[in-house]
Design a protein around this ligand. Structure first.
Ligand code: NDP
Ligand code: MG
Length: 390
């Protein structure tokens, strides 16, 4: 990797203390980009260490109470901002070439919208904002001359596979999302009754933040990714297929109408899609280890078990409902997963909470930021009351 090529690239990392955020900084360290802004919610100590290494112009902690724990870097040039409002103002005012958006969950929506209004490259890991308001984000980018590059590994893979499509989108037959199957692949519904948070947090191939790791174990994450693919690539839900591929070597595929399949392969390491999102359309040497095909004994493909893991089908239902139903889906799942991690809700009841919430919330057909936030609030309240009565 030639450091000099990227030393002028001004990069901001939102959610820099998380799983994707820290891996993004590792890529940036190797690429030698200029870090201008970092943000987190409450992890002041890690943000302080990151600021001390990268000397950004500004940092922000959205949890205002944590401000006093921040230790300013020795050169004294970093400004500290506190609170959600300040976070949005920082995003609006920073002069930047690329924003890596790695804030977790629905709390990343407002910052994603703000980032999409800047007319810069938006390397987005936060799938919640794409799923709920993807069209508005894409329109903002189009209007301001910005570009969206997906960081979620499957969508980065599809983005790369689509580069071979120089013709009409009608030449695309199917997007094939691969799923690792998570730690409970092959389990029966009965076996899921004994799942503890520690078991759900042990993912076989990827190391990620806690929420998405649990979502992988219920297959909710793959359901979200179907919707994310629909929003990002403008295809119908029925043309997105899910295949369980235990080795996580093929990150996703595109099937064309001539039955040719283009796949993207690589080691399961989030630094690969992050690096690609920073350097596209160029490719540079990578810190990610190359595949050694002679040591991969087999690549397997299985049908997902939608009876044991109903959230895949429930996600398809939500996108068919349209409007803000996908926002209801995410909000209900956030409430259910958080309650499971707190030891309150049994693992096997997560789908039930999501399904019942979708049935009970009346969702607006028209998607606007206001409608999405109000659907998220309604769904959260309803999901919590369903959980209390389980
Ligand atoms: P983590 O939980 O590891 O990290 C979340 C980051 O967001 C932390 O830096 C956290 O700060 C910060 N954060 C949380 N709330 C706010 C807020 N309101 N304002 C500013 N920062 C905030 O999550 P992941 O890195 O696993 O996931 C991030 C996103 O990327 C998610 O949307 C996930 O679905 C997606 N994704 C993740 C993948 C992975 O491999 N991890 C793969 C594909 C997609 P603090 O540390 O202070 O709490
Ligand atoms: Mg993914």
């Amino acid at each position: 990797m030639k450091k000099s090529d990227y030393s002028e690239l001004r990069v901001a990392v939102l959610g820099s203390t998380g799983s994707v955020g820290t891996q993004a900084l590792d890529v940036i360290r190797k690429l030698g980009c200029r870090v201008v802004f970092l943000s987190a919610k409450s992890n002041a100590s890690l943000l302080s260490r990151q600021a001390n290494e990268f000397h950004p112009e500004a940092v922000c902690l959205t949890d205002e109470k944590k401000g006093s724990d921040f230790i300013f870097p020795e050169n004294g040039k970093t400004e500290l901002f506190l609170g959600e409002e300040a976070h949005l103002k920082c995003i609006e005012s920073i002069s930047v070439d690329v924003i890596i958006h790695a804030v977790s969950g629905l709390s990343g929506i407002s910052s994603a919208i703000k980032a999409s209004e800047k007319g810069v490259r938006l390397a987005i890991a936060n799938k919640e904002s794409i799923i709920t308001l993807g069209d508005i984000i894409q329109n903002n980018l189009k209007r301001t001359g910005g570009v969206l590059i997906p960081v979620d590994s499957e969508h980065s893979a599809i983005f790369q596979c689509l580069l071979s499509n120089k013709g009409e989108r009608t030449e695309i037959k199917k997007l094939i999302l691969t799923a690792s199957g998570g730690p409970f692949f092959g389990y029966t519904a009965e076996m899921l009754k004994n799942v503890t948070p520690a078991m759900a947090l042990a993912h076989p191939t990827w190391k990620m933040g806690p929420k998405i790791t649990v979502d992988c174990s219920t297959m909710m994450n793959k359901g979200f990714e179907i919707i994310e693919a629909v929003r990002l690539f403008g295809v119908s839900e029925s043309s997105v297929q899910v295949v369980v591929h235990r080795q996580s070597i093929i990150h996703s595929m595109v099937e064309y109408i001539d039955s040719t399949v283009i796949a993207q392969l690589g080691s399961p390491d989030m630094r690969a899609p992050i690096l690609f999102a920073l350097t596209f359309p160029n490719r540079v040497e990578s810190p990610v280890s190359a595949l050694d095909f002679t040591s991969i004994s087999k690549l397997t493909f299985d049908k997902p078990d939608e009876e044991v893991f109903p959230l895949l089908g429930i996600a398809r239902y939500a996108i068919r409902c349209g409007g803000v139903a996908p926002a209801v889906l995410i909000s209900a799942d956030e409430a259910a997963v958080s309650s499971f991690l707190d030891g309150v809700l049994p693992f096997e009841k997560i789908p039930l909470v999501v399904e019942k919430t979708l049935d009970k919330v009346s969702y607006e057909k028209s998607v606007s930021i206001t409608n999405v936030f109000s659907a998220v609030d309604d769904a959260d309240k309803i999901a919590k009351s369903i959980i209390r009565n389980i």
